[in-house]
Design a protein around this ligand. Sequence first.
Ligand SMILES: Nc1ncnc2c1ncn2[C@@H]1O[C@H](COP(=O)(O)OP(=O)(O)O)[C@@H](O)[C@H]1O
Ligand SMILES: [Mg+2]
Length: 332
Amino acid sequence: MSAGVARPVPAQPVPAAPVLSVENLSLAVGPLALVEDVSFDIRPGEMLGLVGESGCGKSVTALSILRLLPEPPIRIASGRILFGERDLAALPLDRMQPLRGREIGMIFQEPMTSLNPVFTIGRQIAEPLRLHLGLGRSAALVRAAELLDLVGLPEPRAALDRYPHQLSGGQRQRAMIAIAIACEPKLLIADEPTTALDVTVQAQVLELISRLRREMGLACLLITHDLGVVAQICERALVMYAGRIVEEAPVLELFRQPRHRYTRALVDTIPARNRPGARLPAIPGQVPAPGARGEGCPFEPRCAAPVSRCGPERPPLAGPWPHRAACWNPAA
Ligand SMILES: Nc1ncnc2c1ncn2[C@@H]1O[C@H](COP(=O)(O)OP(=O)(O)O)[C@@H](O)[C@H]1O
Ligand SMILES: [Mg+2]
């Protein structure tokens, strides 16, 4: 191309609008804040991880999106949950029912508590197909068998007639996933989907979720207390601590250069990064309970490198997107 002639600028792909935008969400029980000022987006086809220790507020955040929180005692104190044109935080509960299972699918940790023990697997998969998509009984069962095949259940036609207790833990979780994706939702929320499974089955189920996400273009929020799970299948992750997002970053960067001292400590506890046989470094102390979180950084009492500001002053989530951290003394 001759000098002086402007090169054509390659068209930049326009980023798709988020499927879900959570804006400044706070959840409370009476005067106690469970979740504070949480914001994040999920785009179509994206697998976003939400990671943090037990009790930090992951499940209540997930349940709030579906409005499945026990309201009361828990209430949405402030913030918006934008899903398409709708603010789910402000939607009357009866308007949520058509969305659940249709536009937003959910997989829970323990399929035994989510599957109904007295109905066959076939009936439980067929139900959302009939309810939301208006399929007749036999068409719904045909589709249910296809879904069981898609999620890798052996002998899917025979599995339709089985009851949950007749399946193994891994098979039950696959059946749960079939129910969650039956109506091809735009968003899938998976709350500790593999925690109850042994390691081999865990890897298979993660691979399944990953494959469905690719093939169906699903946006997925994957919740886990295990940073190793995030490393395996997420593109971007949020790290939650004591009800707040303390770091947000693309996964590779989160592992290579964690900034928040809590993330740094979590990354150091991943077995694969440690020498074989080496003892796992545990993070001393515990997540402070709601009500026991001080004015400053909630991680300060456990932090390996606190500075004087950390006790009295709460650090904001700062830094250029996509990598932000709420830390006064970020790891280099
Ligand atoms: N029904 C409830 N009533 C009151 N507090 C609750 C309820 N459910 C959860 N919590 C509190 O909310 C906080 C966050 O819990 P949760 O979201 O389950 O954490 P995680 O999923 O990260 O382990 C915890 O302090 C927990 O005790
Ligand atoms: Mg939980």
